[in-house]
Ligand binder design. Structure first.
Ligand SMILES: [Mn+2]
Length: 201
């Protein structure tokens, strides 16, 4: 006689329809975020921010991840690791293949989405951000929102010494145009961005 096992977890679903388990448990998610933080810290170790205090660059990606957790309510390790890594390909010698090797395809794709093509002139890159942002993934849009919020707060507090008033206003206007393409992604981050932009335009 066959032994009676526990009832099937998904009685109405065929094997193919059973949803995949979340890719990261709490422990592996924490490990991923720590690994990303260590990787980014080593890659950015010689870089400084453009503020007058010359803050270490790594403060920026870590702060972007912090905005996502404490203001955006985001706890997905994939998005948080991507936030921490978001400037490594654009601003260091890190290649997108290296990101894929170390962190997998999903994070690779998010980083690719938030990385500007530095072979293009700056004005073109800025125009492309406005044009392409609406078509990006939700994960990439979250990183973009938090990145812009961090940068605008930095500039409001202490703009690069060589920026005049006009340049600051231009940056706020351009940021407004980029994040317009992220509407409907995260209410709290969008509201915080609206506030700081309205205060500065
Ligand atoms: Mn950034």
């Amino acid at each position: 006689m066959e032994k009676e096992g526990p009832p099937p977890a998904y009685p109405d679903l065929s094997e193919e329809q059973i949803p995949a388990p979340p890719p990261y448990s709490d422990a592996s998610g924490i490990m991923l975020i720590v690994k990303a933080t260590d990787f980014a810290a080593r890659k950015h170790r010689k870089q400084k921010r453009k503020d007058p205090q010359q803050t270490p660059y790594i403060n920026h990606p870590v702060g972007v991840a912090r905005i996502l957790t404490s203001e955006g309510g985001i706890t997905d390790p994939i998005v948080l690791a991507a936030a921490i890594l978001h400037d490594t390909v654009e601003d260091t010698n890190t290649t997108i293949d290296e990101i894929e090797q170390e962190f997998g395809r999903e994070i690779r794709n998010i980083i690719a989405e938030v990385t500007d093509d530095k072979s293009l002139p700056k004005e073109k890159r800025k125009a492309l951000q406005v044009e392409q942002t609406p078509h990006k993934s939700r994960q990439a849009k979250l990183v973009k929102l938090a990145d812009k919020l961090y940068n605008l707060r930095d500039i409001e507090r202490s703009p690069p010494v060589w920026w005049d008033c006009r340049r600051v206003k231009e940056y706020f206007k351009w940021s407004r145009d980029v994040i317009a393409g992220c509407k409907g992604t995260n209410d709290a981050l969008e509201a915080a961005l609206d506030d700081i932009i309205n205060r500065n335009l």
